[in-house]
Design a protein around this ligand. Sequence first.
Ligand SMILES: Cc1cc2nc3c(=O)[nH]c(=O)nc-3n(C[C@H](O)[C@H](O)[C@H](O)COP(=O)(O)OP(=O)(O)OC[C@H]3O[C@@H](n4cnc5c(N)ncnc54)[C@H](O)[C@@H]3O)c2cc1C
Length: 314
Amino acid sequence: METELKKKISSLCEGDVKFDVPMRDYTSMKVGGRVECLAFPPSVQHVSALVRFLCDRGIPFVPTGNGTNLIVREGGFRGVLLGLGRLKNISLLPVEEGMGFYAEAGASLREIINLAVERQMTGIEFLAGIPGSVGGAVRMNAGAWGREIKDVLKDVSIANADGEIKCFPAETLPFRYRSLELKPSEVIVGAVFLLAPGEREKIEACIEEIWRKRRMRHPLDYPSAGSIFKNPPGKSAGRLIEETGLKGLEIGGARVSEKHANFIVNTGSASASDVVELINVIKREVKKKHGITLETEVVIIGENGPQEETVELI
Ligand SMILES: Cc1cc2nc3c(=O)[nH]c(=O)nc-3n(C[C@H](O)[C@H](O)[C@H](O)COP(=O)(O)OP(=O)(O)OC[C@H]3O[C@@H](n4cnc5c(N)ncnc54)[C@H](O)[C@@H]3O)c2cc1C
């Protein structure tokens, strides 16, 4: 990246920029090639100025929150990873607008759940244990236990290529199972959550129960990106993988979890290539056994490493 460009991006982020960064330091799976530039704008206004600048210059960029559903291939990503982690403001709604709050994209789900507990608001307990940010969770339409984040959203604020920030009623947005369809140039900067009054003890008990189930079912002792595949209609991806006999299968340091077959865990030394290769093997074997093509839930960006062949299917 040219020096002039680096300087401009840096000034748009008040200096909070890194170059040539290994993504294993910024993703929950702890794998990943290098990104050319990782930029952390300090405010919504800075995000919108940066998005406009990158769009005007035709520089590829990808937003990221907590990196818990993101893998950068071994060959790295040429462009800007736009980190929303500094947008952490959360404010309660005025009483006349209902019970809820506005949270900026970089606030973590843990933070908004803590607020809901404190203020005795019920409705987002199902998000407990999902380690993402508000922006990432809205983009992925994160969900669990039969519920999705879209069900508790009132509005979503989105920065676009023209440097505008527009607020959309959630019901007008194209939410799907584990995704909100956005243009590549669009970045979620915040969302309004509408909840209901609840009792603190009940809310806490519900969250504790969810954590108990997660600890029992999920391999939380290893780095992972959560569920690798979406559930095909009416089926469980984990069950299909298990029935294909793939539990425990390892490529390099990446392993199909013994505890939950839809999780790939990093046993310590996995590379992004190991993970991507394992994903492809799972897809191929499940297709052979069940005739079903699994679709990844985890988002994979970047280029293949020098040793890799063109990656199929993803
Ligand atoms: C142990 C574990 C358990 C998990 N359990 C669940 C679960 O039960 N249910 C579930 O749905 N997910 C689960 N996940 C996956 C993940 O935590 C969620 O998808 C989460 O919402 C992703 O948020 P993030 O901030 O980490 O997003 P990232 O990983 O940073 O990004 C994910 C995607 O969202 C895009 N994105 C991020 N921020 C923005 C933004 N501001 N604007 C536009 N696009 C953006 C990225 O470009 C990328 O495409 C789990 C993950 C782990 C590691």
